[in-house]
Design a protein around this ligand. Structure first.
Ligand SMILES: O=C(O)CCC(=O)C(=O)O
Length: 196
């Protein structure tokens, strides 16, 4: 993975272009938008309960807490199972859970954060698939503030590994440009549940 590393230090991130694979990505995108149990989650931001600016859905073998929101175990639908298998082939890692994000328009976003929940472990491998409209994705190093900007397009897999979540934040910023709806799936491996 090292030779394709997007990150200059203290992390590993690889961008794989899977747009030419056997998947009909526009059809997969439509199916996910139409059939996933999308919800607007509430999260505690600066001490206030606020709707997050995107829709989310969750499937996994174990319960999971994300931004203070508890997700109960939920079996993978067939289409997500196919994508999980693809994620595992491309990354060489195994995944038992997936968080889906639906960015309905350019005002939907996810702010600076890292995927560093305790159940993910110290050096999680996370495979993140982009579908639908292209959006800007940025990494920012916690200490040096170095920022790396990518454009994530339909069929791109961003695989993050090693100490990435420890040293780098990431975000999908809002945009004023007209953009098509975007679906993102982040496959993760939860080592244990912190929920009962
Ligand atoms: O939409 C993306 O590409 C990133 C999503 C993300 O950062 C997350 O779900 O934690």
């Amino acid at each position: 993975m090292k030779e394709d590393n997007i990150l200059p230090y203290e992390g590993e991130a690889v961008l794989l272009d899977d747009s030419g694979s056997d998947f009909d990505w526009p059809a997969v995108t439509r199916t996910l938008i139409e059939t996933m149990p999308w919800q607007v989650e509430m999260a505690r931001i600066f001490g206030r309960e606020m709707p997050v600016p995107r829709m989310t859905a969750w499937f996994g073998d174990a319960a999971y807490a994300y931004s203070g929101v508890c997700h109960q175990p939920a079996p993978f639908p067939a289409i997500i199972q196919r994508l999980r298998e693809r994620a595992e082939v491309l990354s060489g890692a195994s995944f038992n859970s997936v968080l889906l994000n639906l960015y309905r328009h350019g005002r939907d976003s996810v702010g600076w954060h890292s995927d560093n929940e305790a159940g993910l472990g110290d050096r999680p491998t996370i495979a993140s698939l982009s579908l639908g409209g292209a959006r800007r994705f940025q990494f920012r190093h916690r200490k040096t503030k170095q920022t790396i900007t990518l454009e994530l397009r339909m069929g791109h897999w961003l695989v993050m590994a090693g100490k990435t979540q420890h040293f780098w934040l990431h975000q999908v910023p809002k945009t004023a440009a007209p953009v098509a709806a975007r679906v993102n799936l982040t496959f993760r491996y939860m080592m244990s549940s912190r929920l009962s």
